[in-house]
Design a protein around this ligand. Structure first.
Ligand code: PMP
Length: 409
């Protein structure tokens, strides 16, 4: 078996993460839920409150300028990280869920109506399903789904038939948070665009693992959360092509998102501020910028290769155990995580026993109930990797799984 490609001494990378330093025996396999945060991110947040604390876009004083620079500097960092063509296309949000709700509510108000369709897939996180359910219910539009095949990939054979002039938007995850499947979003975007249909990409699970270039992808919208990319909770990004952001109405009203306000009417600020009402999460944005800087230094491509390798190692080790059933993911197009069940043992009990042994795994439906039902399950265990995981942790997990089975059967 090849060794992970990262040259860093593994001790060094873990040393950058206070949580991993504080619990040296813990095996953290829940980065799909949230990644740990490196010192540089924590220090950046701390610096804002200690040395730059003021509101943004307001005061003509030194602190106000420092705060604005912290906030807008992070927007520049995001803009470069995903290679957007204009910084105005980067909207800060509270996370992936918040960003999808913004787009879904904008579509509901301006573009959805009876007879229109929203095309999703059968492997979406609830965050990329429920906001569209609400939009469909409230507008009279319908939902349609690209099915998931037995091997964990999307059934794309009849994609062209599904895409017709009734479809107002396609919204898809790039990497499944349950299967680890990497969807061929470039191909899907090209097909949708050939019919003039916009595409939203949920990059919550991909942004920390796969280099994302929104211009090359030609994505219309792309969303992600800061906390899954080594940044703080409560932060996120909506990238939207300018022409699309211009077409969508404001999401929330309040300060900063307006140009002029009358007692009865208002006009809107320019992009991206039209979508950023009220005092934003300034410290969070600064922390998100620091997280992307950290990932740039580590090189997202190499981090992704490292996690892909760990994923393959874990899959091949689990394959040897007849009492473990992995959820499927297509070979050559999967990364970052493995979900599985243990014969005769409830995932919740297993996760509890594993926790006592120092292993942090996710158990449950991972906010993807329809996908679990598709495979006849109510839930599963999920091991998901971050840049700091190592192959030796997989050995330890395998030993712990054997012990857990002995203990619970
Ligand atoms: N989409 C995917 C694929 C996810 O994995 C998650 C988080 N598990 C979300 C959306 C929602 O992200 P958040 O809770 O940070 O808004």
């Amino acid at each position: 078996m090849k060794e992970p490609v990262m040259e860093l001494t593994e001790t060094d990378i873990r040393y950058e993460f206070p949580v991993l330093r504080s619990y040296p025996d813990m095996v953290y396999l829940d980065s799909g839920a949230t990644t740990q945060k490196p010192e540089s991110v924590l220090r950046r947040i701390d610096r804002y409150y200690r040395l730059e604390n003021a509101n943004v876009h307001r005061g003509i004083h030194a602190l106000g300028e420092a705060a604005t620079e912290a906030y807008e500097g992070s927007r520049d960092r995001v803009f470069k990280f995903i290679n957007a063509s204009r910084r105005e296309e980067i909207v800060f949000t509270g996370g992936t869920t918040d960003a999808i709700n913004l787009v879904a509510s904008g579509f509901r108000e301006s573009l959805l109506k009876p007879g229109k369709k929203i095309l999703l897939s059968g492997m979406e996180h609830h965050a990329n399903l429920v906001p569209w359910q609400l939009a469909a219910q409230r507008s009279g539009a319908e939902l349609d789904f690209i099915p998931v095949s037995d091997d964990g990939s999307l059934e794309l054979e009849d994609l062209e038939a599904r895409l017709n002039n009734k479809v107002a938007i396609v919204a898809l995850t790039q990497v499944s948070n349950v299967l680890g499947t990497v969807n061929p979003i470039d191909r899907i975007i090209d097909t949708a665009h050939s019919m003039g249909i916009p595409v939203l990409i949920d990059a919550a699970q991909s942004i920390s693992r796969i280099p994302v270039d929104v211009q090359q992808l030609k994505a219309d919208f792309l969303v992600f959360s800061g906390h899954k990319v080594y940044g703080p909770t409560g932060t996120g990004v909506l990238y939207g092509r300018e022409e699309w952001l211009d077409r969508l109405p404001p999401y929330r009203g309040g300060g900063d998102m307006i140009d002029t306000v009358d007692l009865h009417t208002s006009t809107w600020n320019t992009l991206p501020y039209k979508f950023e009402a009220g005092t934003p999460n300034i410290s969070g944005a600064a922390g998100l910028g620091a997280a992307l800087e950290w990932l740039d230094r580590r090189d997202v491509r190499r981090v992704g290769e490292h996690e892909e390798l760990l994923t393959e190692i874990l899959r091949s080790r689990l394959e040897e155990l007849s009492w473990i059933k992995m959820l499927p993911a297509p070979e050559g197009a999967r990364t970052g995580l493995v979900s599985f069940t243990i014969d005769g043992i409830h995932h919740y009990d297993a996760a509890q026993v594993l926790d006592k042994k120092g292993f942090a795994l996710r158990s449950g439906h991972h906010c993807a109930q329809p996908l679990h039902r598709r495979f006849g399950l109510e839930g599963s265990l999920r091991a998901s990797f971050g840049a700091y995981n190592r192959e030796s942790e997989i050995d330890r997990l395998l030993d712990a799984l054997h012990d857990t089975r002995r203990f619970l059967s």
